[in-house]
Design a protein. Structure first.
Lengths: 383, 406
């Protein structure tokens, strides 16, 4: 038997075989669809069913909002259906009333003040929400002290410096929604912190009062708190100090939000390891010093996502000031949609669709921010 | 331990020779400070309470508003569009109106809870589905619904959907002789004769049998490992027994609604306000329940499911015996919270005029009597009682299901 050289061994493959691509059913769009949409008979049936439902819901909505929509019109008759011509959303109506939705009945000549307020607020919230901002202490002073004072002067006016007074009855639309939600969160946060600390205090009276307040307010609907503020507050003070409608609503919102903030902050306080508190005590720090330099800075930092989430809830709940006679964003929509000038079959739906889109985008942006902070804090924890 | 007062006294007793008490020892004594702070706090609150009381008596006297709860026995004198108990505009008292409103609130809450739970669980489990389309669609539902205020949901369903239905003259005729129009849904009304109460008895008997069966089967399973199917037979029993009783013992005569000249005559009417409120709160709360369910399901670690699969349990068994018992401990407390929220949110009924408790009592009765303090206090008391009962039940549940730490 002769030993053949390697060249003669025809069955030896000297170059590696070409790697075959995986079967088309495993990769790419088809593979993805097979694992994610049609993995079993049940899954396939469900996919077709859901797709059907989706088409059934989405097509008319797109048709209404985009395809059949009337984007601009010289007069309201363009939004009325004609023979053989479907009409959808009447965006021309929104376009005409957008000023009302944003500022309410705020005098048009003074609306630059509202715009300036929006800018100042955006700057302030940017500072507060940017976790790596330089000089965050200064930012907090701006947000919690400077901004409220300046905004109050700016919005309600001070004739001495040439800003005519604008009664709060004239405020409305997005302005009121933002004012109520922001005041609600800015004022209720410090109260909530005090309540949360009070709830954990070892002074019996303080603890009892804090728990009573928190559980009482959390146990009743917001609407009743607003009613209470609106009908009982005027009874609580001498008639000459009777607060205006917006102030009453603000007091109601702050009371309500404070109880929820207290629980949010408490969750943050409980996230601080006991060892830190004990270490601080061992260093001789007293109660306020311990909380203000050790506990709260850490607790509030991990609470930011939840504070933003409760701001979202408050932003949505602001629509309830509707019931105590204040023209917030939703109420202006509700008033405008009944305007006889624009009476058409689609005016109401257009108004509601617009409101839904605005609320959705505001809340969605805030929720995304909260989520990103949460992820970031989570990363820091895992380190 | 709560971070209350510092455990270390500020002025420690010096070691060695006695130096005498430091000058400000009294001022820094934590116990004394705590007492002083508490006394001051109580004094401030009492002072404000007194000022408020004083102002209230002044204001009430000036506006000539009587106080006390006498108004409850006065004749209400207003009509209510939906009453579950007898109520008449000319003879019923404000106190009767209180109960009518409370029952309407409880009705919408009970139905809303059932509906929201069903939708919420479907969407919540859908979010975890392997099917991409279902998972995305469920997430989309939660994202969209949660970020739109409930009030807007409500106004949409009421004003844009139900009020846009045809008027009564052009009512839609539904199968079974019911009419749907902008004034609501009008169903045929059944007048029952015979012994309708027997149906309830049959239902109670069926539920009792089901409970006995379930306990027996559980004991059997724990003793011998053999499981007996009980769920389907029990469900069958609960449906069939009352049904058979109804067929045998009850005779129903149906009155069909018909379109008259000014309205629809005959038939039982379901208010559009009721339907709109029910749809809106169910859809809205369902989005929150879905998140609760998702978090609960995710809280059971994957290792548990895999171990159960390795032990030979089938998919259904894994869910029933391993995942659900553990997830429910995480799900039920926040779920109860959502139920409470739903009940509280049903007060938005005021926006569309569904006669719920707040609309009738805090709205109409307050306006007609002017007794703001008494009415608001009673309203708050009602919701507090509902909340307290729920959280009491929750505490008992949590105490019973707490993991025993070893």
């Amino acid at each position: 038997m002769t030993v053949t050289s390697a060249e003669d061994m025809v069955f030896v493959q000297r170059v590696p075989a070409k790697v075959l691509p995986p079967p088309v059913t495993q990769v790419g769009a088809i593979g993805w669809a097979r694992t994610n949409l049609f993995s079993s008979i049940r899954s396939t049936v469900l996919t077709f069913f859901t797709a059907g439902v989706l088409v059934w819901i989405a097509v008319p909505i797109i048709q209404f909002l985009l395809i059949d929509a009337v984007w601009s019109a010289k007069d309201p008759t363009a939004c009325l259906p004609r023979e053989g011509h479907e009409v959808g959303a009447c965006w021309a109506f929104i376009h005409e009333r957008i000023g009302y939705f944003t500022y309410g009945s705020y005098p048009p000549a003074e609306r630059w003040r509202v715009n300036l307020f929006f800018l100042l607020l955006a700057f302030g919230s940017g500072l507060m929400l940017w976790l790596d901002a330089p000089r965050r202490g200064l930012g907090a002073v701006y947000f919690f002290v400077v901004l409220p004072v300046v905004s109050y002067i700016l919005l309600s006016g001070w004739p001495l410096i040439g800003l005519p007074r604008v009664e709060t009855d004239l405020w409305g639309g997005m302005l009121v929604t933002i004012v109520v939600a922001t005041v609600g969160i800015v004022v209720s946060l410090p109260i909530g912190i005090l309540l949360a600390l009070g709830r954990q205090s070892n002074m019996l009276a303080v603890r009892f009062l804090s728990i009573t307040f928190i559980e009482f307010v959390r146990g009743v609907p917001l609407i009743t708190v607003l009613f209470m503020a609106s009908v009982m507050l005027p009874l609580f003070v001498p008639p000459e100090f009777s607060p205006d409608k917006l102030l009453r609503a603000l007091v109601g919102m702050v009371i309500f939000a404070a109880a929820y903030q207290a629980e949010v902050v408490r969750a943050g306080l409980e996230g601080i390891p006991q060892g830190q508190i004990e270490a601080a005590k061992a260093l001789g720090l007293r109660y306020w010093r311990l909380n203000s330099s050790i506990v709260l800075p850490q607790a509030l930092r991990i609470t930011i996502p939840n504070i933003v989430n409760s701001f979202i809830a408050l932003f949505k709940d602001t629509s309830l000031v509707f019931f105590v006679g204040i023209f917030d964003f939703l109420k202006t929509i509700e008033v405008a949609r009944l305007d006889p000038k624009w009476s058409g079959p689609n005016t109401s739906l257009t108004g509601y669709a617009f409101a839904a889109i605005v609320y959705f985008f505001c809340c969605y942006l805030m929720a995304s921010y909260a989520e990103s902070v949460e992820r970031r804090l989570g990363r820091a924890d895992r380190r | 331990m709560a971070p209350g007062q510092p455990a270390v006294p500020a002025q420690g007793t010096p070691q060695g020779k006695h130096l005498g008490p430091p000058k400000n020892a009294l001022f820094y004594d934590p116990r004394l400070r705590s007492v002083v702070v508490q006394v001051l706090l109580c004094a401030v609150i009492l002072f404000f309470g007194w000022v408020i009381f004083d102002n209230v008596t002044d204001n009430l006297a000036r506006n000539k508003i009587t106080s006390g709860f006498g108004f409850l026995s006065a004749v209400a004198g207003f009509d209510i569009s939906q009453t579950l108990i007898d109520y008449s505009i000319s003879t019923s008292t404000n106190f009767r109106a209180f109960w009518v409103g409370l029952l309407n609130t409880l009705l919408i809450a009970a139905l809303g809870i059932v509906l929201a739970t069903v939708i919420g669980f479907v969407i919540g489990i859908g979010q975890l589905s392997n099917n991409w389309l279902i998972a995305k669609l469920s997430k989309g539902y939660v994202g969209i619904v949660r970020n739109i205020p409930l009030l807007l949901h409500l106004l949409f369903w009421y004003n844009a959907v139900l009020k846009a239905l045809p008027d009564f003259r052009n009512s839609l005729l539904l199968p079974g002789g019911a009419y749907l129009n902008s004034r609501g849904l009008i169903l045929p009304r059944a007048t029952l004769s015979g012994h309708p109460e027997l149906v309830l008895v049959a239902l109670a008997v069926a539920i009792a049998i089901a409970i006995v069966l379930y306990t027996k089967a559980k004991r059997q399973r724990e003793r011998s490992g053999k499981s007996i199917p009980v769920v389907l037979p029990s469900l069958f029993l609960i449906v069939a027994l009352p049904l058979v009783t109804a067929l045998v013992a009850v005779h129903a005569t149906w009155t069909y609604p018909e379109i008259g000249r000014f309205n629809i005559r005959g038939g039982a009417e379901i208010l559009p306000e009721f339907v709109a409120l029910l749809i809106a709160i169910s859809i809205y709360t369902a989005a929150f329940i879905a998140e609760v369910v998702r978090a609960g399901m995710l809280s059971v670690s994957k290792g548990q499911t895999e171990a159960a699969a390795a032990a030979g349990l089938r998919r259904g068994q894994i869910l029933k015996l391993v995942v659900i018992p553990q997830a429910s401990r995480v799900i039920i407390p926040p779920l109860t919270n959502q139920y409470l929220n739903l009940t509280k949110n049903s007060t938005l009924a005021v926006a569309i005029g569904y006669p719920d408790f707040v609309q009738i009592f805090t709205g109409t009765v307050l306006t007609s009597t002017g007794q703001a303090i008494e009415v608001v206090a009673l309203t708050l008391a009602v919701y507090l009682v509902i909340s307290l009962i729920t959280s009491l039940a929750m505490n008992i549940y949590q105490a019973r299901t707490r993991l025993v730490a070893r």
